[in-house]
Design a protein around this ligand. Structure first.
Ligand SMILES: NC(=O)c1ccc[n+]([C@@H]2O[C@H](COP(=O)([O-])OP(=O)(O)OC[C@H]3O[C@@H](n4cnc5c(N)ncnc54)[C@H](OP(=O)(O)O)[C@@H]3O)[C@@H](O)[C@H]2O)c1
Length: 337
């Protein structure tokens, strides 16, 4: 039974109805320092009690480890959870942060079978193309994904880090429930092309890294305290002079903390959620955490409503951010717009 106390939203015209905040599960196995499986399991259970139903993973997170870790939780709660996973990215075993991108039919077919096997389920609720391989026409890739829907292996389709034009082309082949892209107080490039296209086509936005990979909580505003293998050592916003410059950008966020009896992270999440009203489309952010107390804090942000004046105060932050969101921006839709 879920003690549902967060509102819900529908992903796309005929997509699933989900809690308006999902849970990013990547850090439970990969990218952000040492894993803590007991705390992560407790986080998953607590999230479900709080009404979180959309759980986000990918085959690339720890080369299948994240899907394997989540499998028992998904199987125990199969009818209560919406499982979102992704294909397209892999890494050589000796270089876990080097990316190989593939969108071709044999690769997709192999990937979906491997994800289903690791997850231990017979259907994936939301299957995303994680990154765009520009050597394969997007209509061809979505055509294969649409076949997976017809074959009953996948229920709904999603795309991550696509441009507005790529989304429009994809939609000519099959309905798309959601676009997953980075969207936060620090990362707003998708507002130019992707968000208007999604609104026009009735596609939901699933913002990833809504807490700026932790930066917007004030808990990690540099790399000094991070483990050697933490992915953020490679993120331009966390390193060198950029880190101090970006930490100063949290000041206006800090001014709202007291008025809302909230934390920095909650203000950052409230801002992302309110993109739904500002831009007129469903928005379901997927903050990532491995700690039950933080999932309580993050879901409580769904109850915060920022005034127009407060939103205006936060408006200038993104354009002042120092450093790109990835070291290699060809890895993003903004790199192709
Ligand atoms: N499609 C894509 O290309 C893509 C890319 C990146 C991520 N994603 C997905 O999006 C999800 C979320 O993004 P993300 O994990 O990169 O970034 P995020 O949600 O912006 O931030 C996650 C970081 O913030 C920390 N955190 C979370 N809640 C906190 C709180 N209340 N107070 C202080 N710190 C807090 C987490 O640490 P703890 O875990 O220690 O709490 C973690 O280090 C991922 O899990 C993944 O599923 C997708």
């Amino acid at each position: 039974m879920t003690d549902s106390n967060i509102p819900t939203a529908r992903l796309g015209g005929d997509g699933p109805e989900v809690g308006v905040q999902g849970l990013g599960c990547m850090g439970m196995s990969w990218a952000y320092g040492p894993v803590d499986t007991d705390a992560s399991r407790a986080t998953l259970e607590r999230a479900l009690e709080l009404g979180v139903t959309l759980y986000d993973t990918a085959d690339a997170y720890g080369a299948g480890d994240n899907e394997r870790f989540l499998a028992p939780f998904f199987q125990a709660h199969r009818d209560e959870v919406v499982i979102a996973t992704k294909f397209a990215l892999s890494s050589p075993p000796d270089a876990p942060f080097r990316r190989i991108i593939r969108n071709d039919a044999p690769y997709i077919r192999e990937s979906v079978e491997a994800s289903l096997r690791r997850l231990g389920v017979d259907v994936i609720d939301l299957y995303y193309m994680h990154r765009r391989d520009v050597n394969v026409p997007i209509e061809e890739t979505v055509g294969v994904m649409a076949d997976l829907v017809r074959e009953g292996k996948v229920k709904h389709l999603g795309l991550s880090e696509v441009t507005g034009d790529e989304l429009r082309a994809a939609r000519t082949v099959h309905p798309i429930a959601a676009v997953q892209s980075e969207w936060s107080l620090f990362s707003r490039d998708i507002e130019a092309g992707v968000v208007p296209a999604a609104r026009e086509l009735g596609v939901a936005l699933v913002p990833y890294s809504p807490l700026g990979r932790g930066f917007l909580t004030g808990a990690v505003t540099g790399t000094d305290t991070l483990a050697a293998d933490d992915f953020r050592h490679r993120q331009p916003r966390f390193t060198g002079d950029n880190a101090a410059a970006n930490a100063a950008l949290l000041d206006p966020v800090r001014t709202l903390v007291e008025a809302h009896d909230a934390t920095l992270g909650q203000i950052a999440l409230a801002w992302v959620q309110q993109r739904a009203q500002v831009h007129g489309l469903p928005v379901v952010p997927i903050p990532g955490t491995r700690k039950p107390a933080r999932v309580e804090e993050n879901t409580a942000a769904t109850r915060i409503v920022l005034t127009d004046a407060e939103l205006s105060l936060l408006e200038p932050i993104a354009e002042k951010v120092a450093g790109d969101r990835y070291a290699d921006m060809t890895f993003t839709s903004a790199g192709r717009e």
